[in-house]
Design a protein around this ligand. Structure first.
Ligand code: NAD
Length: 235
């Protein structure tokens, strides 16, 4: 199966990668739905509730406590999947990396054309005056992060109930529609509208790399049920 994937990659110069939280688990960042993911840990509220816009508004202190402690991993380093994708972009094979992740690890590995569907922990804005703050400011803030102007600083992360940035969504659709090969990895394909993007693919090879089965497995030309870092290390 790995050899088949290697062959498909060697024959295409128009590959798009679409990934999720599973791409970063081998960098030490828990996903949501694996057995050791955030959904298996016990909290007062379900994680999905804690990263929703209504929770952010109604329980800001608990939101920031969860967000800073469970969603920001400043020590995480790119793993072989991030690194290989950046190399394939440099070689002109990968045209875009579309990610549901907010950790910035694709950019840390050197990928340039990264479409962050759900935003990034590295960008934060004052909700009152728009002033930009980096991730260190969020980590160092005690309680609710406040701007000099008194406004609350909100991460540029798409919370549940918020809509995706339409420019990024349109660009992602455009890359997927034009791609010859689409590699989908480390995503349960449960979170919409991101998961629906796969339906725009008309190219020749759809490849799914995920530890567990997904509802889209039947559509794929190649399904690899393995750790994505391990797979990319081989390529
Ligand atoms: P998910 O948690 O729903 O699913 C992750 C999938 O990846 C699972 O199917 C799991 O079996 C698979 N997986 C885990 N480790 C893997 C590995 N090493 N190799 C291959 N497959 C692996 O994640 P999702 O589909 O991305 O949706 C969850 C949402 O949570 C997304 O919106 C994302 O923004 C957010 N999130 C992001 C991060 C991050 O930025 N690193 C972390 C947690 C959650």
């Amino acid at each position: 199966m790995y050899t088949e994937l290697k062959k498909i990659i060697s024959q295409s110069n128009n590959i798009v990668f679409f990934g999720g939280a599973g791409v970063s688990t081998e960098s030490g960042i828990p996903d949501f739905r694996s057995v050791d993911g955030l959904y298996s840990q016990r909290y007062k509220y379900p994680p999905e509730t804690m990263v929703s816009y209504s929770f952010f508004k109604s329980h800001p202190e608990e939101f920031y406590d969860f967000y800073v402690n469970k969603m920001i991993f400043l020590d995480a380093k790119p793993n072989p999947a991030h690194i290989k994708l950046a190399e394939l972009e440099k070689e002109g094979k990968v045209k875009a990396v579309i990610t549901q992740n907010i950790d910035g690890l694709h950019q840390a590995a050197g990928s340039k054309n990264v479409l962050e569907l759900h935003g990034s922990v590295h960008r934060n804005y004052c909700m009152k005056c728009g002033k930009f703050y980096d991730v260190n400011f969020m980590v160092e803030s005690k309680g609710i992060p406040k701007c000099q102007c008194g406004g609350t600083v909100k991460p540029d992360v798409v919370l549940y109930e918020e809509s995706l940035n339409s420019d990024i969504l349109e660009k992602s659709i455009m890359y997927i529609e034009k791609a010859d090969v689409l590699i989908v990895g480390g995503t349960s394909l449960i979170v919409y509208p991101a998961a629906g993007l796969i339906n725009y693919f008309n190219g020749s090879k759809l490849i799914l790399i995920n530890k567990s089965s997904t509802q889209m497995d039947y559509k794929a030309d190649l399904v690899i049920k393995d750790s994505i870092g391990k797979v990319f290390e081989y390529l």
